[in-house]
Design a protein around this ligand. Structure first.
Ligand code: ADP
Length: 401
């Protein structure tokens, strides 16, 4: 069974075609600048050189058509015709409170996702455009939606209710939803598998530290709390997002700078985080380099970042009354030995002891804790596409049985 996995942004379309017999990626790529001058597809078919296709892609529909043409190209194609694609799995950011699991995308589900546009105005519209483009180009192929919010639907009410008038939850569904759920679920399950223990017996803190970053407390295999909230702005300091701040700051900046609340929101999303503190970059590689060269604000940005992550680890150990495993994943978590080391330093009271020699590794599954460490510290590269493909194969397989 071959599954196409699609992840649409406002001007991009990322995809992987997977053969589920051996869970191998047979082609992957990225269409960029959709709807902008200079649209381009970068396509990597297995067994061939990378291909670049430059042609106008005014909407996601033309982008997807370009992808499909590349997949069955006569020179470097990996399939002969579209009939070989059994199903498409779509990453969808927000499913509100409606779906705790992945589902087949029928009309009712599509309507439910459209209702969520109100609470996810940046993320859901491009996801929906991608699904609609797919329906036009592959009308007979079943499609599945896999939601970033789904894994966190197990949170107890005390974790997701904000301490604001309850009517706002009732009227507007303002609550913590959490994101990166597919990644947190994947690495938590891999952690249990790596340790050879049932996930039901583990208290796991999963740290997804990429450009966007979130931490989840996973108890008995379920998300019981997570750092992102109503939107992905809450929680850790991130590449460009502020994470937690005193909400009174918003009004104060708006008044002092004579700008709108919308503008402040944009600043908190796009100009804050380690970019805002360092003034150097949102990329940790640049900030670490600047810090090594003596840039004080770059050093401060890293200190602030480490402080936020540590605070959440401590908080989630308290939420779960203990912690057995800490997992690091995503760009920074998988690649920066230095930041993993700094985050794990001086929390030995929790039983967390990192082995510096084992930690000198990147991008590979590894246990980087000291032999005697009570808490296992694991590095696990995330694989959201594989999770989406697995859910899609399972649901389509079931619906055909
Ligand atoms: P996204 O949230 O966009 O999916 P990723 O998980 O791919 O992001 O993470 C990208 C970020 O990871 C980069 O912006 C960079 O800050 C960080 N990163 C990647 N490689 C390294 C590295 N070798 N050292 C430090 N940070 C890294």
């Amino acid at each position: 069974m071959k599954i196409l996995v699609i992840n649409c942004g406002s001007s991009s379309l990322k995809y992987q075609l997977m053969d589920m017999e051996n869970e191998e990626v047979i082609a992957k790529g990225l269409a960029e600048r959709i709807g902008i001058d200079g649209s381009v597809l970068k396509h990597q078919p297995k067994g061939f050189d990378k291909v670049t296709v430059e042609k106008p892609m005014p909407t996601h529909r033309e982008a997807l058509q370009t992808v499909v043409d590349a997949l069955r190209d006569k020179n470097y194609g990996v399939i002969k015709d579209m009939g070989e694609i059994s199903a498409v799995g779509h990453r969808v950011v927000h499913a509100g409170e409606k779906f705790a699991y992945s589902v087949v995308l029928n009309e009712d589900v599509m309507n439910a996702l459209k209702e969520c546009i109100d609470i996810a105005p940046l993320h859901n519209p491009p996801n929906i455009m991608g699904i609609e483009a797919c329906k036009q180009i592959m009308p007979d192929v079943p499609m599945v939606g896999v939601f970033d919010t789904a894994f966190h639907q197990t949170m107890p009410k005390e974790s997701y209710i904000y301490a604001i008038p309850y009517e706002y939850y009732e009227k507007y569904k303002i609550r913590r939803y959490g994101f990166h759920g597919t990644s947190h679920k994947y690495v938590a399950e891999r952690a249990a598998a790596m340790l050879g223990k049932p996930i039901e017996n583990l208290k796991i803190i999963t740290c997804h530290l990429g450009n966007g970053a979130s931490i989840t407390a996973v108890k008995d295999g379920k998300s019981v709390d997570t750092s992102m909230g109503f939107t992905p702005l809450e929680g850790l300091a991130m590449g460009t997002r502020s994470g937690n701040i005193d909400p009174a700051i918003i009004k104060y900046i708006a008044e002092k700078e004579n700008i709108s609340v919308n503008k402040v929101d944009e600043i908190l999303n796009k100009k804050s985080g380690v970019l805002g503190v360092s003034g150097v970059s949102n990329d940790f590689r640049d900030i670490e380099e600047a810090a090594d060269n003596g840039n004080e604000r770059a050093k401060l940005a890293l200190d602030v970042y480490v402080h936020y992550v540590k605070k959440y680890i401590g908080a989630y150990a308290a939420v779960m009354n203990g912690v057995d495993v800490i997992v690091f994943t995503a760009g920074l978590g998988e690649n920066s030995a230095n930041m993993r080391s700094r985050i794990c330093k001086d929390i030995s009271f929790l039983g967390v002891e990192l082995d510096e020699a084992k930690n000198n590794i990147r991008g590979k599954e590894a246990d980087v804790s000291k032999d005697g460490s009570k808490v296992r510290i694991l590095l696990i590269p995330t694989n959201e596409e594989l999770m989406i493909a697995r859910d899609t194969a399972k649901l389509v397989g079931n619906s055909r049985n």
